[in-house]
Design a protein around this ligand. Structure first.
Ligand code: HT7
Ligand code: ZN
Length: 857
């Protein structure tokens, strides 16, 4: 497959100033007539040929200036049209078949409605067009369709005209006054109902808001609407950004490859990130809705008003928008808890990517299939890189930088360099060396050790940094790494203030004076840099910080480090009794500490994820790591049995609510059960059963069932059946039912997954369902890494079956097998063999081919 290189970027030879799209809608057949005003780009290379991308479509009719076009040809899927002169009207007709579009890109049918997904290269599945983000056009869309089948007709911008045709069909015209790239085009037609509200912007513009769903789902849309209104207000206050149309529509779709899509004025969402009520959605689901609604809304400025020049710049909109949604969620809830959650996601999803065969910089240099680059690196590391600018500049100067960026580039297709330059000029930062964060892949490994000079009363922190080699980047330069530190006095438990250190060389020393004894060092407070830090703290220091650190993240981190040290050590040498005791004591203190709220308590009581541990232990036996983790849980559970039971009881007495206190109570309630399970499964099962039976909400119900699903107790199958019967027909909850079983600690998970794949509710056509069964299994270390290799085989079988139907979703399973280098040799060979089996399949999609080839290299 062809590789696209960043360095080969050329401005387009032709631009499209206007496009009118006329659709005759039908589920089986939709006709599309696109009329474009094409104009020669003065900055282009003068090419006489207009290059129009196409994918899986044919030309039914082609006209230039209203006459039959001459001399055109096809180059593979693309249309080449030679044109003389500087401006023309080009009209092209295409015929689409939404009902059989299983790729869910372009125009597709979902539950009887029509819907589009154009990012990144889906518009070319609708019509022939220069489908690249630096071609910005004004869109007018006219749709006509049967009124009973498609009573609601939506597109971007503002609704300007509607009418009846007199034959049972009707039509609507939408006009989007803002220039946009083709990937932001959207259309929705179907039987939908709306939750409506309004928002008045800071300059007094009244905006009509609507969340569109299927009839029975309306009562589950209030949280999405509230989240939208909060997002609109927050973006005005935090970034000075105002909404710019009279209407804003959100539509929920059950079949969707990703979470949501920020089409101008018409955001399309996976139902998962719209629908929520207490009975069917967990607190985590509520957070997901708030975060994704915010994320898509914030794209209106960071993505739509300023878009990307080319897809190598994807992190320009995604990294920045993730940072914005993280800041929004932090402001809506608990800032420290949100930071811990975000770092956990980064470590579990991005760190493994950065150290594996698919590692790439946040601004990649090449790709074969752009859909493969919607990664944790582009999104989450991209956000961390901009967060470092925020840390270095401080909030006020950061805001000056973003204001300048929005002013300077409004209406443009911009680059990451444009963003960095705006930050340099607006936030007054020198980012010359910092640009390396855009160029170099790999998580920097940083060490820190402290020396103490008694005679001088001086402490010196000695740092080293090394950015590891990654594919295509064998050698690296040192990067500027902002690390926040505080030096604690061991007796008083206080420190003299935080300092931001810039470690910008391979080795860097920093000396602090005025100490009479060696302090305890708290480093990378707030996780100021996305690095792996080995701070060489001894156990006593970690215990001290776990008890005294006033930075919530650092407190969490010291406990995590202590646990990590114990887990990795116990695999080699067996458990360290003293350390295990210290961990249990520290966790006990966390349970007792009245100063911390339950939301934070829940975080502090969580053990590091296996994916994160695997990163540090590689090459490792993941099942041994899993057992070590369970053993430690059992030890803590036994030691803290009474405290955990008391915690469970206290939390169970707090009634349901969406406030932080009630949410925190639900979090620690299930966390207490998880700890108890390993120590006293009978007690845990009894409590979980009671929690399930008395549950008034999904958080408690799912938490209890998760615990029960991993214990071989009699209530297990009864309550799983109850859960299914209770929520039969609610797709999102049935997804949970699949995931609960595929992710459980039950030793028979692989048998169960095999059986569940045959269940009447399983369908390979719905990405949410596929992910709930197979992605959950792949993330269940003990099951996926079963030494028989059966877990690997099941994922490879799935990829081969899914690839022809939905290549994007299939390709997303490859990284699980691609981690073979991190696994002990016997399993690694089995994983590689499955990758080779996939690679040998004929007609593999470009998506899966790229991922599998890179994973074998
Ligand atoms: N910008 C959106 C990306 C997206 C997408 C990409 C490829 C294939 C399907 C897709 N659906 C949505 C999502 C976002 O980051 O906001
Ligand atoms: Zn996004």
């Amino acid at each position: 497959p062809a590789t696209t290189m960043r360095k080969n970027y050329q401005p387009p030879a032709w631009l499209v100033s206007e496009i009118r799209l006329e659709f005759e809608l039908g589920l089986e057949l939709t006709k599309c007539v696109a009329t474009m005003r094409v104009e020669r780009n003065p900055d282009g290379d003068g090419d006489q040929t207009l290059h129009l991308s196409g994918d899986n479509i044919a030309v039914m009719n082609l006209k230039v200036d209203d006459a039959d076009a001459e001399g055109w040809s096809m180059s593979g899927p693309n249309l080449l049209l030679p044109l003389s002169g500087d401006a023309h009207k080009v009209t092209v007709e295409t015929h689409l078949h939404p009902a059989t579009n299983s790729q869910l890109m372009g125009l597709f049918a979902s539950n009887g409605m029509l819907c589009t997904q154009c990012e990144a290269e889906g518009f070319r599945r609708i019509t022939f067009f220069p489908d690249r983000p630096d071609v910005l056009s004004r869109y007018t869309v006219r749709m006509t369709g049967d009124k009973a089948t498609f009573p609601v007709l939506l597109s971007n911008g503002n609704l300007v005209e509607t009418g009846e045709n007199g034959d049972g069909s009707h039509w609507a015209v939408w006009d989007d006054p803002w220039l946009k790239p083709s990937y932001l085009f959207a259309l929705v037609a179907g039987q939908l109902v709306a939750n409506r509200d309004t928002f008045t912007t800071m300059s007094g513009r009244k905006v009509d808001l609507a969340v569109w769903v299927r009839e029975g789902d309306l009562e589950r849309t209030d949280h999405a609407m509230r989240s939208l209104i909060n997002s609109m207000k927050w973006d005005e206050e935090a970034f000075g950004r105002e909404y710019d149309l009279d209407q804003f529509n959100i539509v929920a779709v059950a079949d969707f490859n990703m979470g949501a899509m920020e089409n101008k004025g018409l955001n399309i969402f996976n139902t998962r990130y719209v629908l929520a009520d207490p009975e069917t959605a967990t607190d985590g689901d509520y957070d997901g809705v708030e975060g994704v609604v915010g994320h898509e809304y914030f794209h209106n400025w960071s993505g739509n008003r300023i878009t990307c020049r080319d897809w190598f710049q994807l992190s320009l909109k995604e990294g920045f928008t993730v940072l914005r949604d993280q800041m929004f969620s932090a402001d809506m809830g608990s800032e420290p808890v949100k930071r811990i959650e975000d770092v956990r996601v980064l470590r579990a999803a991005q760190f493994p990517e950065d150290s594996g065969p698919l590692a790439h910089p946040i601004r990649p240099d090449s790709y074969q299939e752009i859909s493969n680059f919607y990664t944790a690196t582009i999104y989450n590391k991209g956000a961390e890189v901009i967060r470092m600018m925020h840390t270095m500049a401080g909030p006020e100067r950061f805001r000056e930088g973003t204001d300048l960026y929005f002013d300077r580039h409004d209406g443009e297709a911009a680059t990451c360099e444009d963003f960095v330059k705006s930050m340099e000029d607006g936030a007054k930062l020198d980012l010359s060396q910092f640009r390396l964060w855009y160029e170099q892949a790999g998580t920097p490994k940083v060490t820190m050790h402290a020396t103490f000079d008694q005679s001088e009363g001086a402490v010196t922190l000695h740092f080293t940094q090394k950015v590891p080699a990654t594919p295509g980047q064998p050698t690296k330069q040192p990067m500027p790494i902002p690390i926040k530190v505080a030096l604690f006095d061991r007796d008083s438990g206080t420190h003299g203030g935080e300092q931001l250190l810039m470690v910008d060389k391979s080795k860097a020393d920093f000396t602090f004076k005025g100490f009479t004894r060696p302090p305890v060092i708290s480093a990378n407070r707030g996780f100021t840099a996305p690095i792996q830090l080995d701070a060489e703290n001894n156990d006593d220091d970690l215990v001290f910080l776990a008890a005294h650190d006033d930075d919530a993240f650092a407190r969490y981190e010291s406990l995590q480090q202590l646990v990590t040290r114990e887990l990795l050590g116990s695999i080699e040498n067996g458990p360290d009794e003293k350390r295990r005791g210290a961990i249990a004591d520290a966790m006990g203190a966390v349970i007792d500490d009245a100063q911390i709220d339950d939301l934070m308590r829940g975080e502090l009581l969580m053990l590091p994820t296996l994916t994160f541990l695997l990163e540090l232990a590689a090459p490792a036996d993941p099942v041994a790591l899993h057992h070590a983790r369970e053993r430690l849980k059992a030890h803590i559970g036994l030691r803290l049995r009474d405290k955990l039971i008391a915690l469970h009881e206290r939390a169970s007495a707090i009634p349901y609510g969406l406030d932080a206190r009630a949410r925190g109570a639900r979090k620690v309630k299930t966390q207490a059960l998880v700890m108890l399970t390993a120590a006293d499964p009978k007690e845990a099962a009894a409590r979980a059963e009671a929690q399930y039976r008395s549950a008034t909400n999904m958080t408690d119900r799912q938490g209890a069932l998760m615990v029960l699903a991993g214990i071989g107790c009699p209530a297990r199958s009864e309550l799983l059946a109850d859960f299914h019967a209770r929520f039969d027909g609610n797709a999102l909850v049935i997804d949970k039912w699949f995931a609960l079983q595929a992710g459980s600690l039950d030793p028979k998970v692989l048998d169960r997954v095999e059986a569940l794949a045959q269940h009447a509710d399983f369908t390979i056509k719905n990405p949410n369902r596929v992910r709930s069964l197979y992605m959950t299994m792949a993330g269940n270390m003990a099951a996926f890494h079963d030494e028989s290799g059966r877990g690997y085989r099941m994922i490879a079988d799935l990829v081969l079956q899914l690839d022809p139907l939905n290549a994007q979703t299939a390709a997303r399973f490859i990284p699980w097998l691609g981690r073979w280098r991190k696994i002990e040799p016997k399993r690694a060979a089995l994983m590689r063999a499955e990758l080779e089996r996939i690679a040998a399949a004929p007609d593999l999609s470009k998506d899966t081919r790229e991922q599998v080839t890179k994973s074998l290299d």
